[in-house]
Design a protein around this ligand. Structure first.
Ligand code: GAL
Length: 429
């Protein structure tokens, strides 16, 4: 009991610190009326850092223009992939003090909030805006239970991107991005021999992100997807081989950076050759210097599907919700309408480094990396991200993260595999 209490205090203190660190703690905005008698809408995410905050800002501007009676209150909590935000969110939900709307990943993660009874369904909003016609059916499926739809997906992100610095590859004598896991390992060795960082890495969640990519690249799409179905065989010898690959690849990683941005930056700055990260890195690399790095595509950075995963989109989707008991329910619905709209999605996604969830977006706005992403999304096989909430729910992800955390220390493949088997047994449904 006391331990739980201490943990809760730790979460609260951490969140207070992060809130003040991310600038979401603007005093005027925190008063219920906000500036000029306007009612604030508390929008919860973790998009505070360079790159990802840009997309949110673009949607906020549209929201405030269309809703002069509301002000946007940015309740974002710093920490890539929501590793700190989600703990604070859970404590707010438990205390019945939810934000007006929060970002939750389509798939198993969202299903957890639905099953816990945290969310209102949005069927009337879907009917009013005819949203069933504009979102892909397989996506609506991931955010529904018993015919009720519980969130508004704002984008599709790709997890399986190999970002690389073309100049560093050239110096190491690598002519093209590696297509298989074995080629990747050989290339990492070549970069190491030249004295550069072969693979940059960030905080612990980025190692889980790397692992999902190596599992997919080593096992193939069908065997990867089967891991999350009833009876998924995490003890299989193919998984052992995949985890051995993971161990080898991780042995080429540089010093762990604080989060995904500094790790990605090592590639763009030419200190590192490769980084495996989601396509939010594109917004960070490409956006002009007030929100991103302003780097040159194909010169400072380039991309390819993560080794062994060509033809598969390891996907995830950011989606906004309507929590039960939202203080400003009307304001939250107004936000959801912007998030659902073509205008909102076409402002958000080119900055966020994602493609729109809507099928009718303005394709001309998606150029360079994003044009490749649009093309692949419409033709590739699909696999669901582990780290970003599609394939596993939050308790399952927590158990996987714990096993990976121990592995980072001990590098024991058998113990990692046992941890993954146990995690699946305890949490698969
Ligand atoms: C993901 C999220 C993305 C991006 C990324 C890094 O979980 O879906 O939108 O924010 O984390 O923070």
């Amino acid at each position: 009991m006391r331990r739980r209490w201490l943990a809760a205090v730790a979460i609260t203190m951490a969140s207070v610190l992060s809130l003040s660190a991310c600038g979401g703690g603007d005093k005027a905005a925190q008063t219920p009326a906000g500036g000029g008698g306007k009612k604030q809408v508390e929008v919860f995410s973790w998009w505070t850092g360079p790159g990802e905050a840009d997309g949110l800002k673009a949607m906020k501007e549209i929201f405030e223009k269309q809703n002069p009676n509301f002000t946007f209150f940015d309740a974002a909590v710093a920490g890539g992939s929501g590793d700190k935000a989600k703990a604070l969110l859970q404590s707010k939900l438990d205390a019945n003090t939810p934000p007006d709307t929060f970002q939750g990943h389509a798939g198993a993660e969202l299903q957890g909030y639905i099953k816990a009874g945290d969310l209102e369904d949005l069927n009337s909003l879907y009917d009013e805006l005819k949203l069933k016609d504009v979102f892909p059916a397989q996506l609506i499926d991931q955010i529904s239970v018993d015919g009720k739809i519980y969130s508004v997906p704002v984008n599709i992100h790709r997890s399986n991107v190999l970002w690389f610095n073309p100049k560093v590859l050239k110096e190491a004598g690598i002519a093209a991005a590696p297509k298989t896991v074995d080629e990747f390992i050989a290339d990492l060795q070549k970069v190491k021999a030249k004295g550069k960082i072969p693979l940059s890495i960030g905080s612990e969640w980025t190692v889980v992100h790397l692992m999902e990519n190596v599992l997919l690249g080593s096992l193939g799409t069908d065997a990867y997807n089967a891991l999350f179905k009833p009876g998924g065989n995490w003890a299989a010898p193919e998984v052992t081989k995949a985890l051995e690959n993971f161990k080898t690849i991780l042995s080429f990683a540089g010093d762990p950076q604080d989060d995904w941005q500094p790790a990605a930056k090592q590639v763009a700055d030419g200190q590192a050759a490769f980084n495996i990260m989601g396509d939010w890195a594109y917004g960070y690399f490409h956006n002009p210097p007030d929100g991103g790095l302003g780097k040159k595509s194909k010169e400072d950075f380039d991309w390819a599907p993560a080794p062994g995963t060509e033809g598969t989109y390891l996907w995830l989707s950011d989606s906004f919700t309507l929590p039960k008991g939202a203080k400003n329910r009307d304001g939250a619905i107004a936000w959801l309408k912007v998030a659902a709209s073509k205008e909102g999605q076409d402002a958000f996604n080119p900055k966020k480094g994602s493609i729109p969830a809507r099928k009718d977006a303005d394709q001309a706005l998606y150029t360079d990396y994003l044009a490749d992403a649009l093309k692949d999304w419409s033709s590739n096989k699909l696999a669901g991200s582990i780290q970003h909430g599609v394939s596993v729910n939050q308790p399952w992800l927590a158990a996987i993260t714990e096993a990976v955390g121990l592995f980072i220390g001990g590098k024991d493949v058998a113990a990692l595999q046992k941890g993954l088997v146990d995690a699946a047994q305890a949490n698969a449904q």
